[in-house]
Design a protein around this ligand. Structure first.
Ligand code: NCD
Length: 293
C-alpha cells in the first residue's frame, strides 16, 4: 500500500511519472474516468481554500466520489481520537483518505495503521508534499527543465511545511536553493545557502517562492510589526525591476506583506498557474496511489 506523507515516500521515477501524467492530464481535452467507483474521504483539521478543493476537483475529474468530513462537526469535537475517527472512516471501505492536521505526526501514524492509502495535505510545519510537487511541475513547465535552476525561498521558512517539502524535493531535481529570511524565520539546518537580503542574490536567481508568516504556528509573535518586515521581504516591483524572474507563492498570499498588489498581477507571477497545475498534479498523484501502486 502506497502513502504520500513526505517526499521520502516517492522515488525519482514515481515523481517523474507524476510530472508526466500531470502534463498529459493538462493537455487532454477530456479526462479518463480512471477512478470511477473509487471513494475518497477528506479530513481537514486545519483551514484550507486551495488544497482541499484542488483534491476534490482532481478526484472528480477522474470519476471518483469524495466525502468531506468536517472535524469541527464530527466526533473528534466530542473527544474521539483522530485514530478512532480514522478507523471508523476506514470501516466504510474508502480507497484513500486525504488529511490535513496541525500535528507533524498524525498523517504518518494513520498511514502506519495500513488500512487505506493516506495522503498528507499538510502536516504541522513538517511536510506538504503535494504543494512541493505542484511547485516543481510549475517550474518544469515554465523552463522545460529543472536542472541548474536557482530558486530563492523568501519568508517564514522555519515554520513552513511547504518549504520543508521543497527542500526535500527540489535538490533531487538539480535545483539549487537559497533561503532568504530574517533570523526568526530562518531554519537551523545548514544544507543550503542562506542570506538575509534578497537584493544580494536577485541577479542570480530564476524563481522566487514567497511564503506567508505562519502566524498560527508561532508560540509567541516573531515580529511586532509586519509593515517593517514587509519593507525588507515583500516582493515588489522595486525589488524585481525588469528581471526575468518567475514569482510563486503557495497561498494564501498576504498582499503587500509577502507580495505587492502590482507584482501579484504582473505576468511573471505564477500564483494562479500554481493553483491550476495543482489539480493536474493531484490527479496524477491519485492515479499513482490508487491505481498504479
Ligand atoms: C500552505 C499550507 O497550508 O501549508 N497553503 C497551501 O496549502 N496552499 C501555505 C500556507 O498556509 O501558508
Amino acid at each position: 500500500m502506497q502513502h504520500l506523507i513526505s517526499m521520502d515516500d516517492l522515488t525519482i521515477s514515481q515523481i517523474n511519472d507524476i510530472l508526466d501524467d500531470a502534463n498529459r492530464f493538462k493537455k487532454a481535452k477530456t479526462n479518463p474516468a480512471l477512478l470511477r467507483g473509487k471513494l475518497l474521504f477528506t479530513l481537514f483539521f486545519e483551514n484550507s481554500t486551495r488544497t482541499r478543493s484542488s483534491f476534490e476537483v482532481a478526484a472528480k475529474k477522474l470519476g471518483a466520489s469524495v466525502i468531506h468530513l468536517d472535524p469541527s462537526k464530527s466526533s473528534t469535537s466530542k473527544g474521539e481520537s483522530v485514530e478512532d475517527t480514522f478507523a471508523n472512516i476506514c470501516a466504510m471501505d474508502p480507497d484513500g483518505v486525504i488529511i490535513r492536521h496541525s500535528s507533524n505526526d498524525i498523517p504518518r501514524i494513520l498511514a502506519d495503521m495500513q488500512t487505506t492509502p493516506v495522503l498528507n495535505a499538510g502536516a504541522g510545519n513538517y511536510a506538504h508534499p503535494t504543494q512541493a510537487l505542484l511547485d516543481l511541475f510549475t517550474i518544469k513547465e515554465h523552463f522545460g527543465d529543472t536542472s541548474g535552476k536557482r530558486v530563492a525561498i523568501v519568508g517564514d521558512i522555519a515554520n513552513s511545511r511547504v518549504a520543508n517539502s521543497i527542500m526535500a524535493l527540489f535538490p533531487r531535481f538539480g535545483i539549487e536553493l537559497t533561503l532568504v529570511a530574517p533570523d526568526g524565520f530562518m531554519p537551523t539546518e545548514d544544507k543550503f545557502k542562506k542570506v538575509d537580503n534578497l537584493a544580494e542574490i536577485i541577479d542570480s536567481i530564476d524563481v522566487i517562492i514567497s511564503l506567508r508568516a505562519q502566524l498560527e504556528r508561532h508560540e509567541k509573535p516573531v515580529f511586532d510589526d509586519y509593515e517593517e518586515y514587509a519593507s525588507h521581504y515583500c516582493i515588489t516591483n522595486e525589488v524585481i525591476g525588469n528581471r526575468d524572474v518567475v514569482l510563486m507563492h503557495p497561498g494564501p498570499v498576504m498582499r503587500n506583506i509577502d507580495i505587492s498588489d502590482e507584482m501579484l498581477s504582473d505576468k511573471r507571477s505564477k500564483v494562479l498557474t500554481q493553483v491550476t497545475n495543482g489539480v493536474f498534479v493531484r490527479m496524477a498523484i491519485l492515479k499513482l496511489l490508487l491505481l498504479d501502486s
